[in-house]
Design a protein around this ligand. Sequence first.
Ligand code: GDG
Length: 732
Amino acid sequence: MPSTLINVSNRLPVTVQEDQILKSSGGLVAALEGFPEEHFKTKWIGWPGAAFPDERRREEVERKLSEEYGYIPIFLGEEEAHGFYEGFSNSSIWPLLHYLPNFLRYERAWWEDYQTVNRTFADKVLETAKDGDLIWVHDYQLMLVPAMLREAAPNLKIGFFLHTPFPAYEIFRCHPRRSELITGMLGADRIGFHAFGYLRHFSSTVQRLLGIETGLTQIANEEHTAALGVYPIGINARKFQETLDSKEFHQRQKEFRLGHQGKRLVISVERMDYTKGILRRLEAIDNFLANSQGDNDVRFLFVSVPSREGIEEYQQLVQEVESRVGQLNGKYATLVDSPIHFVHASIPFVDLCALYALADAALITPLIDGMNLVAKEFIACQQEKGGSLILSEFAGAAEELFNAFLVNPYDSEAVAETLKGALALPEGERRERIQPMREQVLRYDAKHWARSFIDDLVSGAVKDARTAKGDIKEVREVVGRTLTAGKRIALFLDYDGTLREIEREPNAAKPTAELEELLHRLSQHPNLDLTILSGRSQENLEAFLGAYPFRLIAEHGATWRPPGQKDWERLDKNINYAWKEALMPILRNYEQATPGSAIEEKPSSIVWHYRKADNEFGRWKANQLTEELSALTANHPIKVRHGKKMIEVTATENNKGAAVTRVLAENDNYGAILCAGDDLTDESMFELNIPYLLTIKVGAGPTQARFRIKDPVTFRKLLDDLFIRKTCSDRE
Ligand code: GDG
């Protein structure tokens, strides 16, 4: 078990004032408080809530926070903090994550600040973390931190949790820094979301923006895999329970009951934020009051905590809400009472609990919300009363709170009617609705949430065991030793995606001058026996590489040209390809239905390419086609391979592994055998069980290979180091 969990969030869970440190009561702190000390020591890195320009005071705060709480403060300059927080985080990313591209503002200087501040956080983590520590980065303010950490310390275990929704690709693509942001998140070993919909959107956005083939449980990104998971956050159940049992709570409840005597209380609690749907809710209340025909025993109580007051949109919202509340009160007030009580302030926790407990209904109607803890808190406090929860269907909490009255917050008439219906329900029925939800909310609390995420992060639950774990140093050592001993090495190298970067147009992927030089030198090496194998046709391979003397194997082993010879020889003479004709109409259907896709026919196979189709649609059709073909060919010696942006149907006997075995059967005097490839068709080489075999996967994705190299450039560099520079320096 790792020794320390380092939480990294924009704000520390404290507010440092002139002479005191106030601990905040957020769900996150509570969640992590529940961890037994023997398993985790928790440290926290974040901003302490003020700038502290005086250096002596800064040092003092730093010492105090570290000694008393294990917190490590990040101090930011005022201007930098503004660009990072009010600017990029809250005026640029926040609106987009909440489906409001019209609110998106972007300034290059903010982006600079965002990067600098994310770098400051990452540096602080690197300074603090020791081997075996777990790092848990929180939320949209720190999206770049995981990749920064991964780059500097590839062995750290990094988790990232997004507390907001993740929107559909069409929305997220509007952000000027969209690719950098998701690439930053992908540095994590595990990325958590509140709801499955957000995870799905993220996965599809990565696929469409970065062209990476993604799944719903993991995304193979360059040299490592980021696992994805859904972890709905809960409340600090123990803290609520303790407060409900306290004297002070009962006292406050009594006072409030008196203050609202004769009224049915409908409460709304939130940060003053345009995502929370306050104006639409006021519209619904207008509707409700207009239809209540003088029956004015309902009182609406709004607790709106001031939020992000430095941002223009938030200032405007406050003005609009205040003016609308005034208008409605003017319209519906009597000489002794007004229907809406609006409190624009944060109230003490115990008061909040007393209000939750006393309310006949909670009207929680965000236009969109990652989770919404208020809904769960209201339920937790309703121990006797049986109040009704009217909840927006666009809050993450709606997926869990199965007995809530779900509403569309944009449909103000329906919200008003639902509220009316909920208030009219007999008390017994209301209690029956809320009690099972209460049990659930108390059981699946914040502690449960944090534990599930951390357990999965530690165990790497969904992680594919098939990830190349070997250290490339071993390849260097084995090759060095073999060459020094004067022994021969067999090289089996795939072409596209391994020696040469993949091109959108396959014909454009001919060898560059640099690759030609490398191949020339490799072919001159006295101790090397080089084979290039590919799925390409014989003609294609001949056109690209025909001038070299080494062995060429085309069509996954169906045909070859032995070293030093001009003529190709088919190795598949005994194979019957009658199935090609039968399957062709199916592939034609997919070609027609998927714009940008195309069929290629080779003597030994049919290939459906979808590289030029829309990333996501292409992948979807490809999965369908694979399924359809696999079902049809299940009992035949036919292999359906889903490679990079293509599906190839060929005879089972044609595979690169079999081709390698064939070559080795004729020549067995090698001190080492090195196979390298980048896609699924290369796995048949990696699976071979032969002595002295070194297997290298080039690029991302699960593999049986022992070693991994990032990309073709790095792979060419490795070949150069292993066989060319080494030889030159030996000769010098
Ligand atoms: C973000 C996501 C996600 C409110 N007024 C007072 C007060 N509060 C407390 C509530 C609750 C918290 O603030 C608000 O949490 P929410 O979850 O409702 O919303 P956000 O602040 O937008 O939080 C959200 C959350 O992160 C967690 O992942 O659920 O979707 O937007 O705990 O009780 N607390 C006190 N006085 C108040 O006046 N003491």
